[in-house]
Design a binder for this molecule. Structure first.
Ligand code: SAM
Length: 458
């Protein structure tokens, strides 16, 4: 059921995306009406959260069943209502995934006291988080700890910090109890920390994982977990994760290798490197080496430059993951993006530079996985067509598991090539997923928008 308006984009971005989803190849294959319908469903599903919360279990530390049991115990302790409704389902094909159905949209009565939060905070609330104080933009003038409030997300970024009321475009996210007075949130010199509003009746209910089994349960979108399995790292190998922060996939790779071997994690942004190290420490992984580095410059043929870190000699890695910086248009829920068309279209050249480095650093016989969390052709299928053209040494490989759809028409790839690609396209099953589809079909299809291509270097 749609409870939110379609994602709000700049008009030229909407037109651009429409031209992508109604491209000539798609129109010839499915016709104008079906293509138009898919595009509208895409805009609708992007503003809604996926219907399962995905947890990657640290199966390098404990058996899945044991992690499932412990998670059940922990979540029951935190659950205020009906713990017997709590379902934690092992994915039937992916051995380190637990899925928790999201309950929503639920009928929740709006109250007269309103707290307004920023869009990013609002998206987190829709995925089960409480409202953290820094995300709060507006609150009732006399809000006190213990007050019941309705929480709204500011759709257009118009609410000023400290507002006592807000008439702009907003959507209702559910009700909660204030854990801070208004004065603590807005009037102190120090930026506030911690939970500002504890959600007790969210529109979409999903457990809050804040601090729950930190070493055993890692929140990660299902397609992101699929990436690690598709890369297929083996114990003892040397793996490069070129754009690694905050390190969700890096840690998964190390865990799949049983922490045996070496996972080199690079990211261009220095303070994000700390996040990779913190995550590795939390998940008790020692095989990860993280460096702050621009990965477009991570290859050097000069042996004199070689140290433990980058740059590296060509043919240095058994497998390379290029989880590329991208326009992020597959993220859900996302009610509005203020990005310009120029920004949305700016990623293709950078992705190609990174791809050049990836191919050089990969050993012959090695595997390269390219992934993005966006839905455009320019950053996905067009990149694959370009890569196959530019690097004759690369061939597309089948993916395991392959639970998403195939690649999208429009970049001139053959049907066989499209079948080897994995595109998570929630719009394709939006109607069914909202009504009838059973587990795990719904969990596999009602995901963020995501793209994976796997290559072998011959
Ligand atoms: N793989 C990560 C994970 O699963 O947690 C998410 C990576 S995110 C999609 C892309 C990352 O690429 C960002 O953290 C960004 O800082 C980094 N990045 C962007 N340009 C880069 C470059 N030239 N070299 C290295 N990292 C870069």
């Amino acid at each position: 059921m749609s409870v939110f308006p379609r994602i709000s984009l700049k008009p030229d971005v909407t037109e651009y995306l429409k031209s992508v989803f109604l491209n000539k190849e798609v129109l010839a294959a499915v016709g104008q009406q079906e293509a138009e319908c898919r595009f509208q469903k895409l805009l609708t599903c992007l503003s809604h959260p996926p219907s399962y919360t995905c947890v990657r279990a640290s199966t390098h530390l404990a058996a899945l069943e044991e992690i499932r049991r412990q998670l059940g115990e922990e979540l029951k302790k935190m659950c205020s209502s009906s713990p017997e409704d709590l379902q934690i389902l092992p994915h039937p094909r992916i051995t380190d995934v637990l899925l928790l159905p999201v309950d929503g949209p639920r009928p929740v009565q709006q109250l007269s006291s309103e707290v307004v939060v920023g869009a990013q905070c609002g998206s987190a609330v829709l995925r089960g988080a409480h409202v953290f104080a820094p995300g709060i933009l507006g609150s009732p003038k006399y809000m006190k700890t213990g007050d019941m409030v309705s929480v709204f997300s500011d759709l257009e970024g118009r609410c000023t910090r400290g507002a006592t009321s807000f008439q702009g475009k907003k959507v209702f996210l559910g009700n909660g109890v204030a854990e801070m007075d208004r004065s603590t949130i807005f009037c102190t010199g120090e930026p506030p920390r911690g939970i500002g509003v504890r959600m007790v009746a969210p529109l979409y209910q999903s457990p809050s994982f804040d601090g729950v089994l930190p070493s055993l349960a890692f929140l990660q979108n299902l397609p992101s977990v699929v990436v690690g399995h598709v890369l297929g790292p083996r114990p003892g190998e040397r793996i490069l994760d070129m754009c690694a922060a905050p390190g969700g996939k890096t840690c998964h790779i190390a865990a799949l290798m049983g922490d045996q071997g070496e996972v080199v994690a690079l990211d261009r942004i220095r303070n994000k490197i700390d996040r990779i190290r913190q995550n590795a420490q939390m998940l008790r992984l020692q095989s990860i080496k993280a460096f702050c580095f621009n990965s477009t410059q991570a290859v050097s043929s000069d042996p004199a430059q070689q140290t433990e870190g980058p740059p590296f000699l060509p043919d240095s890695f058994d497998r390379v993951l290029l989880d590329a910086p991208c326009s992020g248009l597959g993220q859900r829920p996302n009610m509005a993006t203020t990005w310009s068309l120029k920004e949305i279209c700016s990623y293709q050249p950078l992705q190609r530079k990174l791809f050049h480095t990836a191919v050089q650093l990969l050993k012959k016989g090695g595997v390269l996985v390219y992934s993005t969390c966006t839905v455009t052709l320019a950053e996905n299928e067009e990149q694959v067509a370009w890569a196959l053209d530019t690097f004759p040494c690369l061939t597309l490989q089948p993916q395991e598991p392959h639970i998403g759809a195939e690649g999208m028409l429009g970049a001139g790839l053959s049907p066989e090539q499209l079948r080897l690609l994995q595109r998570f396209s929630p719009e394709l099953s939006w109607d069914q997923t909202q009504t009838t589809t059973a587990f795990p079909g719904r969990a596999d299809s009602d995901t963020i928008g995501f793209f994976i291509a796997k290559f072998l270097k011959n």
